[in-house]
Design a binder for this molecule. Structure first.
Ligand code: NAD
Length: 433
């Protein structure tokens, strides 16, 4: 990504090669050049001190050829229209990579939620639904959690939608609390899915988890559950970071007490890592964010935000493999550099699809009224993500391409088939006799 290019144009720059490889016609190329629609709203919120503040919010639907839109809602100070559109583009690809009958969507609000009280956060969450009520819906576009939004926020949002509708509409949002129709297994699903992808790849490569070291950038919902489950599976988690700090220990750390400590102090810096007993007991040392990205580990997990690895720092990456749990954590230029250095990248559209798979399962449960056990949900998640990952790995081998290209081929082929089913230029030019 160059300094002036948009995130969306950088993301789309990977597409022309995919279209050419699949011999995709003009109709599909044109349809996938921009989102179907993007809505922007000014969301008014009455603050606790009586003042009125207006927050900018967006909802984008990139494509719905394969089904209703699906995608999270992000609360972050840097959210903007370009980012929301790009995230909806990646959601479209992701849903198709793992063969869900869903399109791609995304939403966001430009806000630092840490500056809001809980009541202000509730008013903003409900305000978001009032602003976008007309463009979302259980058969139209189904939101979910993303950065800085959690099951409680989803619960407020689902409740607001139902209040306006004057009826219970459980399938409007996924990632809800279990007591409000959420699915067992949803909170850990993204981390769990990423671990299944890593395990499937490691098995193919004859690598044993117990011999593999892992560093995790982004110790939030997705990164924490991944780290916790990966430790259980035998991987050695040597480093984790959040926006404020990074910690490292050669002998391997235990994510669970670190997570608890982080939540007790309500900020990672407080736990930081090294002021607490968690840290000293295990001989944990504080390192810089840059040092974490440059650690000589088997797997570097990127679970924070987009553009973590760019042209500027790609040369410092020493890991053998990158597991992308965040969306778009590697820019297209950095990706090329990694590919040249033969560093394996397990791409976001595959590696972080566990969340949307279990969101889809939640949506099915809401619509049928038949609720499943955590074991059953986890079995279905595993079957879906491992099956699609194996397809993708196989295609990469057959076509001698990297995993990102293979995942994009798998995805665009399915989306193009759906678009072409409605008729192509060639079809309409044919003599109908
Ligand atoms: P989250 O808000 O729970 O966690 C994000 C974490 O990243 C926070 O701990 C934050 O402090 C940390 N962070 C931010 N900037 C950082 C930096 N420069 N260095 C180190 N850490 C930094 O969000 P999440 O839900 O875990 O999502 C993380 C990523 O995974 C996002 O890109 C999101 O789009 C993607 N994702 C999440 C899900 C899901 O179900 N949660 C699903 C698919 C993809």
């Amino acid at each position: 990504m160059t300094k002036n290019s948009s995130l969306l144009s950088d993301a789309q720059s990977r597409m022309s090669d995919i279209f050419d490889r699949l011999d995709i016609g003009d109709d599909v190329r044109q349809q996938l050049q921009q989102p179907n629609h993007i809505h922007q709203a000014a969301i008014p919120v009455r603050m606790d001190d009586g003042q009125l503040r207006i927050f900018n919010g967006w909802r984008a639907l990139y494509d719905q050829s394969r089904g209703p839109g699906k995608g999270g809602i992000r609360f972050h100070a840097s959210v903007n229209e370009d980012e929301v559109a790009t995230l909806s583009f990646w959601m479209m690809l992701k849903c198709a990579v793992v063969d869900l009958p869903l399109g791609g969507a995304k939403g966001g609000v430009q806000v630092d939620p840490k500056t809001l009280s809980r009541l202000e956060l509730e008013r903003l969450s409900r305000g978001y639904i009032r602003a976008f009520y007309d463009v979302i819906g259980p058969d139209r576009d189904i939101p979910a959690p993303d950065v800085n939004t959690n099951e409680i926020v989803m619960g407020w949002m689902a409740n607001e939608y139902s209040e306006i509708s004057r009826k219970q509409v459980r399938g409007i949002i996924t990632g809800k609390p279990v007591g409000m129709g959420g699915s067992a297994g949803r909170t850990a699903a993204t981390g769990q899915g990423a671990l299944h992808v890593l395990d499937a790849w490691a098995k193919r490569e004859n690598k044993e988890p117990k011999n593999m070291t892992v560093a995790v950038q982004g110790f939030g919902n997705a990164g924490y559950h991944f780290a916790r489950l990966a430790k259980e599976a035998g991987y050695r988690i040597v480093a984790v970071s959040d926006s404020q700090a990074a910690i490292y220990t050669e002998q391997g750390l235990d994510p669970e007490p670190i997570w608890r400590e982080k939540h007790k102090s309500r900020e990672l810096k407080g736990m930081v890592y090294c002021e607490s007993s968690v840290c000293t007991d295990n001989d944990i040392q504080q390192i810089s964010h840059e040092e974490l990205l440059g650690l000589d580990v088997d797997v570097l997990v990127l679970a924070a935000l987009e553009n973590a690895i760019t042209e500027d720092n790609v040369d410092q990456v020493s890991a053998g493999t990158i597991l992308e749990i965040a969306n778009g954590p590697v820019t297209s230029a950095a990706d090329e550099a990694l590919s040249k250095r033969k560093i394996t990248v397990l791409p976001d559209v595959l590696a972080n699809a566990g969340g949307v798979i279990v969101s889809y399962l939640e949506w099915i449960q809401n619509r049928t009224g038949d609720y499943w056990s955590e074991n059953y949900v986890n079995e279905r998640l595993k079957e879906q993500i491992v099956g699609q990952a194996e397809r993708c790995f196989g295609r990469a081998k057959e076509e001698d391409v990297n995993y990102r290209v293979a995942a994009y081929l798998q995805s665009i082929e399915r989306i193009a088939t759906a678009i072409a089913s409605r008729g192509t230029q060639q079809y309409f030019n044919e003599d109908g006799s």
